[in-house]
Design a protein around this ligand. Structure first.
Ligand code: CA
Ligand code: CA
Ligand code: CA
Length: 303
């Protein structure tokens, strides 16, 4: 296309095969309308278990934890435990697994319920995004009562025992419920993907420093409706929490100017908007966007 060789800016404009910039944009808009049904993007899927999980234990000592246990609890215990609350906390290393710049399209979380109080009907279990960091520590408890908190463990009052308190005892988490599932008998339960869960995971990918995971909240009103779930310390890998993420990886095609996974009218519109000027569409690096760059983009059309 660039058979005219090096040209001055004025000549570049004259060589624009699509006419004036205004007319070009009109063509681009028309092409956009025609080409909106782009080829589907390739989706990838990864699964991972939690990197940390723990139980926040409401108790008089306020210094109990269970970060290294094979279970966490959600709900209110019975009178033997003083009718106190338990809240699960769970986090995943998203940025270590999903490529930076990806677009998350679906998220499901499967937890295995391992114990149910006798006579308890199915209970709603909710995910709510944690707003502050917290520690797993090394406390091992063999029941819902917890064990003395080791340094760095999350407790009811501290994010990291014994020095860093939550803003609100019981944990700092969003009031928005990102996802939920009814949990009845022992078995696997999957939180179906929601827009809020997708938004949470996208935010954790884009800003790992603010990835604190979810609180797993059970029935906090009625005692003895509590649920026990397996953690990543569970002996059986199949019982560990399993987060499945579907995502579109970032485009590696330089002609895909808007990064949506395909070269089409939207990218042409960007190129035309930069016509005669420097810009990302200056594919051949000669300083301005022109006919040679248009040829390169058209050669990559649909890819
Ligand atoms: Ca744990
Ligand atoms: Ca594109
Ligand atoms: Ca160029």
């Amino acid at each position: 296309m660039d058979e005219h060789g090096p040209v001055k800016e004025k000549s570049v404009k004259r060589s624009n095969p699509l006419g004036s910039p205004e007319w070009s944009r009109g063509i681009a808009a028309g092409m956009l309308a025609i080409l909106t049904a782009a080829a589907p993007l390739a989706a990838d899927e990864v699964s991972m278990t939690s990197v940390k999980d723990n139980t926040l234990i409401e108790d008089p000592s306020l210094a109990l934890s269970a970060g290294a246990s094979s279970s966490f609890y959600s709900g209110r215990v019975g009178s033997n435990g003083g009718n106190t609350l338990r809240r699960g906390v769970i986090a995943f290393d998203i940025a270590g697994v999903v490529p930076e710049g990806s677009t998350i399209t679906a998220v499901t979380l499967t937890l295995r319920c391992s114990k149910v109080p006798s006579g308890s009907a199915a209970q709603l279990i909710k995910l709510q995004r944690m707003l502050a960091d917290w520690g797993e520590g090394n406390s091992v408890a063999f029941g819902g009562g917890g064990a003395p908190a080791t340094p760095g463990s999350a407790t009811w009052v501290n994010r990291f025992h014994p020095t860093d308190p939550w803003t609100t005892p019981g944990g700092d988490f969003s009031s928005t419920v990102s996802g939920s599932v009814m949990v009845g008998a022992v078995g696997n339960y999957t939180f179906a993907s929601t827009a809020a869960m997708v938004a949470d995971v996208q935010a954790w990918l884009d800003d790992p420093a603010n990835n604190f995971g979810w609180a797993v909240i059970g029935n906090e009103t009625t005692p003895q409706q509590i649920r026990r779930f397996d953690t990543h310390e569970s002996a059986l890998p199949a019982w560990r929490p399993n987060l499945v993420i579907t995502f579109e990886p970032p485009s590696t095609n330089p002609y895909d100017l808007n990064g949506d996974g395909i070269v089409n009218g939207a990218d042409l519109a960007i190129l035309l908007s930069e016509w005669g000027e420097p810009g990302p569409a200056d594919f051949n690096g000669d300083g301005t966007v022109g006919g040679a760059d248009l040829t390169l983009l058209l050669a990559a059309w649909g890819l």
